[in-house]
Write a protein that binds this ligand. Sequence first.
Ligand SMILES: [Zn+2]
Length: 424
Amino acid sequence: MNRTLFVNVGVWDATGAATYPGEVLVEGNRISKVAKGSERLPRDGAETIDAAGCTLIPGLVEGHAHPSFSNAATTVEIGDIPPEEHVLVTMHNARAMLDAGFTSLYGAASAKVRLDVVIRNEIDSGRIAGPRLRAASPEITVTGGLGDERRMHMHRESFALIADGPDEVRRAARMCVREGVDNIKINISGDDFIKSAKAAMTVMNDAEIRAAVEVAQAYGKRVNAHCRAGESVKAAIRCGVDVIYHCEFADDEAIDMLEREKHRTFVGPAVGILYNTMYYANRWGITEQVATDLGIKRALEACAATYDKLRRRGVRVVPGGDYGFAWTPQGTNAKDLELFVKLFGYGHGEALLCATKTGGEIMGMADLGQIRAGFLADLLLVDGDPSQDVSILQSKDRLLAIMKDGAFHKRPRVALAGGRQAAE
Ligand SMILES: [Zn+2]
């Protein structure tokens, strides 16, 4: 059995405790022992990593992952990718997120039914490198909703599945389950770049939402919903949706409902796409004025106000900012943590808890997301202490080692005790 011992390391264990000096022993794919202070763990037979005071944290969890999104500027382009290329795109993106320290991805939506599924299976088999992945379905959307790219005179594929009425939603959801997804995505709100379904509109009805939830519950899957409008958030909660994304226009009633259901549901702002569309999309013709005209500034301000409230109410919030568009490229996902601090009022350690402890919870794994004996050994060795400054996680050079399931994806270059040098 593989044994790896981290010594001379600061341990930030995601239990809510501050970073403490200690040692961590990994045996097989699990953390077997954690020592605090001057306590020493047995060295025998273990590869010993002298971390020189760097910080060990749990691997990050991306709570709104789109590994099949191709860093395109429009959603139409994502639908145009042929399946053969699309599998490769998805494979490379999953790898890019692992390279960035994300050892788990909670799939928000996939661009084709089997993309997340086949990549999850290849990763789990060990044939390709990638994070743990809860595979998502495509976005199930109603005619005219976000993701319906058809026109009267032409059929056009998109990243969505179009379904109207509970029977069609049920059929689409069951088909996704048959093909192996873990999460079913539905679009309850529109979006401001969709002429026929704006962000403030609730375009999927309760019967349709309930159909998706019934299928998910029957098969032990989760339902994710795209909800911008307050009414959409309320409908999602009323109908039993598990993960509610965006929520920026949640009114007080919706926020009360989210608080009441906080032990069952998760929310994710997907703030990265709003922020980068506002300030970093100039190259694609989206100046601040264009973004403001598109409603992005209003959405960003609403998002900041809503998530400040949700944070105070103890609602479980996951980072994940719709990375996978041109100005939110895959692998830059850790920026969301900085935005949690900058825009929502989280402390650095609190933001990190959202990406680790809460991340383990949204993955549905009781033994993921913390550094505790018996937990899965998904670990990052970081140059510096991200619980004091989460922005350092955006620099790959600061990620000295990435371990997933007890094996190094990125080996540390630090000296090993006994004078050996770790192979890269
Ligand atoms: Zn998304």
